[in-house]
Design a protein around this ligand. Structure first.
Ligand code: LLP
Length: 427
């Protein structure tokens, strides 16, 4: 449907009038802009893939994954990182080229490993040596040769929420940077005819505005690459530097272009490898949030407006922590606008309350808004990453639909859950 003829006091996103979209598809509703996804991917192509040879980009699908998202990425030639059998299954069903799939996870089950090996995924990123044994066994039984990377904990701290910081030494992710542990692992792969170790991976954390953690971690990994070449004769072909590039949520956030992260790494790489007398590895990036975060918004309808004199005004919406658990989990901050009153002066400060039976189900504590009425449409911005993918059915709320918009045209990407969906697995 074409929604280009819009009144200018409505919020326009992806060329579509968000008030009309809310009426048409109902709320709560996730809306994703295909244009923004393409802009982000174009930036990756221009400032990374085409600028530097021997590079690859892979989308961290945990941020947001649907069949259509796989198709968009496939068309763009971007790979996918999956962390579970479920994510892998989605990629398989979308007919995604398996050689462009990287399989992550800190405790992959035997079933998941079997699915990955049978499907011939491009790389398995090995988190621990228990997993290495499982892969070896599965690969042997299936008579396959599996290409792997070792995930290394580089031992760098990042400035972000504790729950999304992953590169520090005390972490549940990855193989610690301890010589004997690593050498033993590498030697195991050298003696295996079903496993081929290609290189290393690290991921320092998420929602980062500074490049220092990535730069430090690359330095540490290059030294490791040199050390394992000299000590155990292992030649590293790939270095995957993870994702983590920050995006804009609220005032004060200072997101950087991709080149701010990759330029210093790529510019130094040749020089450092020459100094260390090592082969220049292929560099892979794995952004999730950076590609999809700002491409998504969520629309809600305002219901109750409860003014507690002298205290605050609670504005009740038809969604909340089941469609966006991030404020409750990470104290994440969001901005929002009243989509049908985009031009009106903001004269009030209100609190946006979700509809769950939890006092912590607040999406925004202090939002400046124009005078509100029940039935107004609230659009919360930058909800593309880790909202749909982290959604739940708490309080038996049905998950919202996902609509994709592009240059004034909208289409349904995921249908809304129904009450029957909620009980469809009950016996
Ligand atoms: N690669 C690996 C191995 C990862 O673990 C992650 C994220 C990424 C790439 C992508 O990171 P990104 O570019 O999206 O920052 N649920 C949290 C975020 C958890 C991120 C986990 N790993 C949140 O809502 O903030």
């Amino acid at each position: 449907m074409n929604h280009k003829n819009t009144e200018n006091k409505h919020f326009i996103f992806g060329g579509c009038d968000m008030v009309k979209i809310a009426k048409q598809y109902k709320t709560p509703l996730y809306v994703v802009s295909e244009e923004i996804i393409h802009e982000k991917i174009n930036e990756i192509k221009k400032d990374f893939l085409q600028k530097y040879s021997n590079t690859r980009a892979v989308y961290a699908s945990k941020a947001f994954l649907t069949l259509e998202m796989c198709r968009i990425l496939k068309k763009e030639g971007i790979g996918i990182d999956v962390v579970s059998g479920g994510e892998l299954y989605t990629a398989i069903k979308a007919d995604f080229p398996m050689e462009n799939v990287i399989f992550h996870g800190n405790n992959k089950t035997l079933d998941e490993i079997e699915l990955a090996v049978k499907s011939d995924v491009g790389r398995i990123v090995v988190d621990n040596f228990y997993e290495l044994e499982l892969i070896e066994k599965v690969a042997k039984d299936l008579e396959k040769k599996v290409k792997i990377l070792f995930r290394i904990t580089p031992g760098v701290d990042s400035h972000t929420h504790k729950y999304i910081c992953t590169g520090q030494m005390d972490s549940k992710f990855g193989i610690p940077l301890v010589e004997e542990i690593l050498h033993t692992g590498i030697i195991k792969t050298q003696n295996s005819s079903n496993i081929e170790l290609i290189g290393f991976h690290f991921h320092v954390g998420s929602q980062l505005f500074e490049n220092t953690s990535h730069i430090k971690a690359v330095d540490i990994l290059l030294k490791l690459i040199k050390e394992v070449k000299d000590q155990v004769g292992f030649k590293t072909k790939e270095l995957n530097i993870g994702g983590g590039f920050g995006i804009y949520y609220t005032e004060g956030d200072d997101p950087k272009p991709l080149k701010y992260f990759v330029d210093p790494i790529m510019e130094d790489l040749q020089k450092k490898c020459k100094e260390l007398n090592i082969f220049v590895p292929k560099i892979i990036i794995e952004p999730g949030r950076w590609i999809i975060g700002e491409a998504g918004i969520t629309l809600y309808t305002i219901g109750s407006i409860k003014e507690i004199p002298g205290v605050r005004t609670y504005v009740g919406i038809d969604g909340g922590m089941p469609d966006n658990p991030r404020p409750a989990l990470y104290n994440a901050q969001y901005e929002g606008v009243i989509a049908n009153k985009i031009d009106l002066p903001k004269s009030k400060v209100v609190t946006i309350a979700g509809k769950c039976c939890e006092s912590g189900d607040i999406l925004i504590w202090d939002l400046k808004v124009p005078k509100l009425e029940s039935g107004d449409i609230l659009a919360i911005k930058s909800t593309g990453a880790y909202n749909y993918s982290m959604s739940s059915n708490y309080n038996k709320l049905t998950r919202p639909a996902v609509v994709i918009v592009n240059k004034g045209v909208d289409r349904l990407m995921v249908r809304r859950e129904t009450y029957d969906d909620l009980i469809s697995r009950d016996i």
